[in-house]
Design a protein around this ligand. Structure first.
Ligand code: CMP
Length: 146
């Protein structure tokens, strides 16, 4: 299989892009670049500028959220928060297994989202899930303190 076929197969399994046809998936691939990281390597670091977002194609990474770890696997994305908000990275994301990802530069990603609102909505849903998870954790913590 060539590089494009492998990339398309991975994107087709990404829930975020579930509604996109082949032409749009090829657009995503065209603006992205495949990158690899060794286990233990940091991909983005807390405080860095948000120059790109990433889609995991294979392997695994972990986000360090205040000493708790959130695992990211094939089909998950990360690095979108700093890109969307124009603010520094919220957290460090580190490969915990050899990782293959699609790196989409911030500018191209903004343009892509503007042309594909269904992907923007999918991303909002994931952000809401994340917010709920953080809220649950806070509630548990506050419940424990009081
Ligand atoms: P960004 O802030 O650009 O870089 C770090 C990334 O970690 C962030 O975007 C999100 O993609 C991800 N992230 C931050 N907080 C959480 C969380 N609580 N759960 C899962 N992923 C997170």
């Amino acid at each position: 299989m060539d590089e494009v076929t492998v990339g398309l197969a991975a994107l087709e399994r990404t829930p975020l892009f579930a509604g996109l046809d082949r032409g749009h998936l090829e657009e995503v691939l065209a603006v992205g670049r495949r990158v690899s990281y060794d286990a233990g390597q940091a991909i983005v670091e807390r405080g860095d500028p948000g120059d790109a977002m990433y889609i995991v194609l294979g392997g695994a990474a972990e986000v360090d959220v205040g000493g708790r770890f959130h695992r990211l696997e094939r089909g998950d994305f990360f690095g979108e928060m700093a890109v969307l908000a124009g603010r520094p990275r919220e957290a460090t994301v580190r490969a915990v297994e050899p990782l293959e990802a699609l790196r989409i530069p911030a500018d191209e990603f903004q343009v892509f989202l503007a042309g594909n609102p269904e992907v923007a909505v999918g991303m909002l849903k994931s952000l809401v899930e994340r917010l709920r998870e953080v809220q649950d954790r806070l509630d548990t913590w506050i419940g424990g303190v009081w």
